[in-house]
Unconditional design. Structure first.
Length: 233
């Protein structure tokens, strides 16, 4: 398996006490953020009450979004074309300005989601790799389901422990946009936080922990199966 994965999605939810965000305040916040190189949103959408959005689009699919809900700030890079370091910088910049403008004292919880893909070395079909090789399901699915499988994979829920902060939801599946790539998604849920303006490093550390789980744990788990073996190459 190719050791270098391809990140395609970064997002984080920063959860706070419910509040009402007035549009003039959000407009002023948008102007302030537009002055920052790290942010770069170029449009707004206030058409849905309680779901104000700052966003920008690049190319056919890439989007950057800041979504302001009554109880959370959501920062999203979809089909991302920026590295994780830039996303962390953007998260800090948006969160710091939003806390000041919207009078958010602190965030009480956080989620962080990273999606990336790994290219296989010894398989040209990720469904075969995951279902037949990793899960030993050869010949055991089709007789019962009776139709082709478009996407198949595995899901794990890893609870928080004294040694590991945050509950992790891990999904590993065939990537529908590329036959020989495996899509991995890890969503970390970090409850019982108290992240103030001076503690935003905690928010970026939580995101980095999710990213590291993919490279340090998901990759070696999958790599053990991506090797030549009679009947699979």
């Amino acid at each position: 398996m190719q050791a270098e994965d391809r990140p395609i999605h970064f997002s984080t939810e920063l959860i706070h006490a419910p509040a009402r965000h007035e549009i003039p305040v959000l407009q002023k916040l948008y102007f302030e953020l537009s002055q920052l190189r790290a942010v770069g949103y170029d449009s707004t959408d206030f058409s849905v009450p309680g779901q104000s959005r700052f966003y920008s689009r690049r190319g056919a699919k890439t989007q950057s979004i800041a979504l302001f809900l009554p109880d959370r700030l959501v920062i999203i890079e979809e089909w991302t074309d920026i590295p994780l370091s830039d996303f962390l910088e953007k998260t800090c910049a948006v969160a710091e300005k939003a806390m000041a403008a919207l009078r958010i004292s602190f965030f009480t919880a956080q989620t962080a989601t990273v999606r990336s893909t790994f290219a296989l070395t010894h398989f040209d079909d990720a469904r075969e790799f995951l279902l037949d090789r990793a899960c030993q399901q050869t010949g055991k699915i089709a007789p019962h389901f009776g139709r082709p499988i478009a996407v198949g994979g595995l899901r794990f829920v890893l609870p928080e422990t004294p040694e590991h902060t945050g509950l992790l939801n891990v999904a590993i599946e065939s990537f529908k946009f590329s036959r020989n790539e495996v899509l991995t998604e890890v969503k970390g849920i970090f409850a019982h936080q108290r992240i103030g303006p001076e503690d935003l490093a905690t928010a970026t550390e939580n995101i980095q922990a999710v990213r590291s789980f993919i490279s340090e744990h998901v990759f070696p788990y999958l790599d053990q199966y991506d090797s030549p073996e009679e009947g699979f190459v």
